[in-house]
Design a binder for this molecule. Structure first.
Ligand SMILES: [Zn+2]
Length: 256
């Protein structure tokens, strides 16, 4: 059994066919999915789609690349989604200096506010970090001082050393398509060293399709290819990786 913890079936790419994509995933044992919001529209769609299916859950959050378009009203909307059981996480939120270094201050401000929501509603964070590992760590470390953090470093792209530091803050590490890329040294290293009870898998579809579909449209069934690669790296079976990461995700997202 597999749990794709990070999909964007709420993206325009899947507007016409998310129903088929979900059926296909279920038929190939990808039984659980999160649909991750990143702005007003996708938070709404994640909520709407998740409500229609069993074992599909939503998150609501404000993505760092878009912070100049967000205000307090958007945060209040995220908060309203968090009051619903179908919403299992806050995010994606975080820091992204690859696309927008110039909005650094505001990104940090919105990240902190979403961490506060995670604490208030006791729902885990789905954290996006690109080219901002140290700042993200500093913000999370500060936030962990008075409160045990819950969350996942989604599509984690940092070093194995940093991965251990995030694990020590109480966070999970999620790996996606890049771990299957031939020249992906760091993600493969991370896949080997993360404690097995802190590992999650994801696709981040429609982006980042795993090998041999790299560059094509990604979809939840391909999470099995991520599991297959991790299984090979750790000397486990694909079923073992599927089961352990599913149980981890159910624990983190509080799913019975
Ligand atoms: Zn995403």
């Amino acid at each position: 059994m597999f749990y794709d913890t990070h999909t964007h079936l709420n993206a325009d790419d899947f507007k016409e066919n998310y129903d088929e994509i979900i059926k296909e995933a279920n038929s190939l044992n990808v039984k659980y999915l999160n649909i991750v919001g990143f702005d007003k529209n996708t938070n709404f769609l994640a909520n709407q789609i998740a409500k229609k299916y069993e074992n599909i859950f939503a998150s609501a959050g404000l993505h760092p690349t878009d912070v100049n378009n967000f205000d307090e009203t958007d945060l209040r909307e995220v908060e309203n989604y968090l009051k619903q059981d179908i919403t299992v996480a806050v995010g994606e939120c975080g820091l992204d200096y690859y696309w927008h270094k110039e909005t650094r201050e505001r990104q940090i401000e919105f990240f902190k506010k979403q961490i506060d929501l995670s604490k208030k509603y006791n729902k885990p964070l789905i954290i996006h970090v690109r080219d901002a590992m140290q700042d993200a760590y500093d913000v999370l470390y500060e936030a962990s001082k008075d409160h045990k953090l819950k969350g996942v470093m989604h599509c984690y792209s940092g070093s194995s050393e940093m991965a251990n530091r995030f694990v020590n803050l109480g966070l999970y590490i999620s790996l996606g398509g890049p771990v299957t890329f031939k020249n992906a040294k760091e993600p493969k290293e991370v896949a080997k060293i993360v404690p097995l009870d802190r590992l999650l898998i994801e696709t981040d579809c429609p982006f980042l399709a795993p090998h041999p579909y790299r560059g094509k449209q990604n979809k939840p069934v391909y999470v099995t290819l991520v599991a297959e690669e991790i299984a090979a790296l750790r000397g486990l079976t694909i079923e073992e990786v599927g089961n352990v990461t599913t149980n981890n995700a159910k624990r983190l997202f509080n799913i019975k």
